[in-house]
Design a protein around this ligand. Structure first.
Ligand code: 4NP
Length: 152
């Protein structure tokens, strides 16, 4: 399984989502490949935001080797599933889809979780937001693994 996590800048949310799911999948020996990208290009080549690195490190995950890149059309060919962090990211990716097959690969990361929250909030302007984002993504990745194990 090849999974791509997508946010706006690819420095705060999607690097965390990549790190969490890759660590989980590795621990389970699933052989999954997880990557991440941003719909914007402002931060291309940069390491994840230091605040994302810090919260990941607190939970034993090292995301320091990741580098930001922009989502590109070819990602539809390279990945089985594409998870957007919020509705705006979702809509921006779907706009680039070339076919129904492309479109059907795109989902919201929070879709599997209980409750009404569908967007992972952008923590870029909020130092306090990173822990909450980690917890949301951790839960979402748990559910994603459960659903996949059930063959959904
Ligand atoms: P992310 O957060 O989409 O979770 O990586 C952001 C990072 C940078 C910007 C916006 C969101 N920015 O406007 O530079």
């Amino acid at each position: 399984m090849k999974i791509l996590m997508v946010c706006l800048g690819n420095i705060c949310r999607s690097p965390l989502a990549e790190g969490i799911l890759q660590a989980r999948a590795d621990a389970l020996g699933l052989g999954w490949q997880i990557d991440s990208a941003g719909t914007g290009a402002w931060h291309t080549g940069e390491q994840p935001d230091p605040r994302s690195q810090a919260v990941a490190r607190r939970y034993g995950i090292d995301i320091s080797s990741q580098r930001a890149r922009q989502f590109k059309e070819g990602d539809f060919d390279r990945f089985d599933l594409i998870f957007a962090m919020d509705q705006s990211n979702h809509d921006n990716i779907v706009r680039l889809a070339r076919s129904k097959t492309d479109r059907e690969k795109v989902h919201l990361i929070m879709q599997f979780t209980d409750g009404d929250v569908r967007d992972v909030p952008d923590p870029y302007w909020d130092d306090q937001g990173f822990e909450q984002v980690y917890q949301m993504l951790n839960k979402a990745c748990d559910r994603l693994l459960e659903k996949t194990a059930q063959g959904v």
